[in-house]
Design a protein around this ligand. Structure first.
Ligand code: NAP
Length: 238
């Protein structure tokens, strides 16, 4: 049995990653923070386990990861997917909200990774996949803190990939473009029409498009790939 942890697995992209990993033979620990019912329903659907912790709370992360590791002994794959965003001018965003974005998106990714690495190093195997964003590659006006957090994830991926490669652990990044999930519910119909015109493939991405990229990077087909960012954006950022 292969074991995976997916942060923010309760809904959206994370839930689809959990489903696809399960289809590909993984037992999945589905992390959630607020969406308990959705996480429990998904766990029942795929035969995994819902685990509550806030990725921005380092102590809770350590406790939850240790408890998972004592149950399954070895984690084959960590997917750092949990994330939040807010659209606001950089100098108008509430400091508390700006801190929340960095703490969940970037610090959460770092502390979840730190909590599983010792076990992966001991086993000389493992895979970490971080979910960044096209805005981390090229920057978005009115999403400056978000863009910074996602650019940080790309830098983190490269550095950690170098550090862990001698231990047989691969670290990669998936960088989605515009995917229709609750994160993008704030856009109006006319705004969505404008956005789609910016996408060369002429359509929004699906959660399955992102999950397929994760499954590929986790697989033996990607055995010689580490430190990379795989963009899944319909050509919006090239
Ligand atoms: P979403 O539908 O809003 O789902 C966000 C997920 O993150 C939920 O499962 C939520 O869990 C979890 N989460 C939020 N804060 C958390 C915390 N403190 N601790 C643990 N889990 C937490 O968003 P999405 O569109 O699926 O996005 C998933 C990832 O893809 C994010 O990192 C996002 O930045 C990235 N991304 C999305 C897009 C897009 O267009 N949708 C594009 C590029 C990148 P609970 O509900 O249980 O709290």
């Amino acid at each position: 049995m292969k074991y995976a942890i997916v942060t923010g697995g309760s809904r959206g992209i994370g839930a689809e990653i959990c489903r696809k990993l399960s289809e590909n033979g993984y037992y999945v620990y589905i992390n959630y923070n607020n969406s308990a019912e959705k996480a429990e329903a998904l766990a029942a659907e795929i035969g995994g386990k819902a685990v509550k912790f806030d990725v921005s709370d380092t102590q809770s992360v350590k406790i939850a990861m240790n408890s998972i590791l004592s149950e399954c002994k070895h984690i084959d794959l960590l997917v750092n997917n949990a994330g939040v965003s807010e659209i606001e001018l950089f100098n108008f965003i509430e400091q508390e909200n700006a801190d929340r974005i960095l703490n969940i998106n970037l610090r959460g990714t770092l502390s979840c990774s730190r909590a599983v690495i010792s076990s992966m190093v001991n086993h000389k195997s493992g895979c970490i996949i971080n979910i960044s964003s096209m805005w981390g590659e090229c920057g978005a006006s009115c999403e400056v803190d978000y863009s910074a957090s996602k650019a940080g994830i790309i830098g983190f991926t490269k550095a950690l990939a170098k550090e862990l490669a001698p231990s047989g652990i691969r670290v990669n990044c998936v960088s989605p473009g515009f995917i229709l999930t609750e994160m993008n519910k704030k856009f109006t119909e006319s705004e969505l029409e404008e956005i789609i015109e910016e996408i060369p493939l002429g359509k929004f991405g699906t959660t399955a498009d992102v999950a397929n990229a994760v499954v590929f990077l986790a697989s033996e087909n990607a055995a010689f790939i580490t430190g990379q960012t795989l963009s899944v954006n319909g050509g919006m950022v090239i």
